[in-house]
Design a protein around this ligand. Structure first.
Ligand code: 9MG
Length: 281
């Protein structure tokens, strides 16, 4: 059973799968068309996701969808810091900052973020050092082959699962070298990040193999194109597939599920928890 220590003596209990609600502070986000770009809308959405059952809010200011362009440091800071500050004035909830920039990580933590969610697994300049500096902040290390702009061009693996596990081992070693304890790390194989349709579904089928690392696991499949391509569905028609995929991940050992549709995911996971841990009411 895993429990993550958080800043200010708080903890995140991972005994049953927890929901990370996605809050996009990006104008070009692929699944909400920028609806939540304005800071105030993002804050309203964030607080609503908590009501719906999210235990973590993931605030991101740079879209990582395939083909997305880079965002400048100042632009990213302008998008996310006011949102984190505003949420903090109203809630003591767990906030993660979705970024790969060291300075954004640092300012976000000062503004009240509790967790770093880095799709580039702390490989960008200065990120390992920032993570080492804030010793009470957990970090999600995600696997990605390539970079968002080009990652879906021709992803190639000789052995998908072994290569992802070996990537994790390398990044864990890099963290430990700087004094970042293994107990602070969450691992995410990165559905849709430099993976073909076949790779994504192999990952889903074999998700349980990551449990051998004996570390908390995060799965993010919400509305992803793996479902669109399999089922020929637009982004807003992928709810059932996303929930089904997420439930499979929960069953195969995921501890945190990153989703847009928190209320629906919460219902699904409550059914899962009742079947696995019994009914308490
Ligand atoms: C930011 N972001 C988009 N998709 C993601 C995923 O699948 N996992 C994590 N950790 N972050 C993601």
């Amino acid at each position: 059973m895993f429990q993550l220590s958080l800043p200010r003596g708080r903890t995140l209990d991972l005994q049953s799968p927890q929901i990370m609600g996605i809050v996009n502070a990006t104008p070009d986000s692929f699944s909400d068309g920028g609806k939540f770009y304005k800071n105030d809308s993002a804050v309203i959405q964030a607080l609503d996701l908590l009501e719906q059952g999210a235990s973590v809010l993931d605030i991101g200011g740079e879209s990582t969808r395939p083909g997305a362009t880079d965002v400048s440091l100042n632009e990213e800071l302008d998008r996310v810091i006011p949102v984190i500050e505003a949420i903090r004035t109203q809630s003591d909830c767990v906030i993660s900052i979705d970024t790969s920039k060291a300075e954004v990580m640092k300012q976000a933590i000062h503004a009240g973020a509790d967790i770093i969610n880095d799709v580039r697994a702390l490989q960008e300049e200065g990120c390992l050092e920032v993570a080492a500096e804030f010793s009470d902040v957990p970090i999600c290390l995600m696997h990605m082959q390539g970079q968002p702009r080009t990652m879906q061009a021709a992803p190639k693996y000789d052995h998908l699962i072994n290569e992802i596990i070996s990537f994790f081992e390398t990044r864990i070693a890099a963290c430990e070298k700087l004094g970042i304890a293994r107990t602070r790390l969450i691992l995410d194989p990165g559905f849709g990040f430099g993976k073909s349709l076949q790779h994504n579904f192999e990952l889903l089928g074999k998700f349980n193999q990551f449990s051998e690392l004996n570390m908390p696991l995060l799965a993010g499949l919400s509305r992803k194109s793996m479902f669109g391509n399999l089922l020929n569905r637009d982004t807003n028609e992928r709810l059932a597939a996303s929930l089904g995929g997420a439930l499979l991940c929960a069953q195969k050992g995921a501890h945190i599920i990153r989703v847009h549709d928190v209320r629906e995911m919460s219902d699904v996971l409550q059914v899962w928890a009742a079947a696995n841990h019994g009914v308490t009411k």
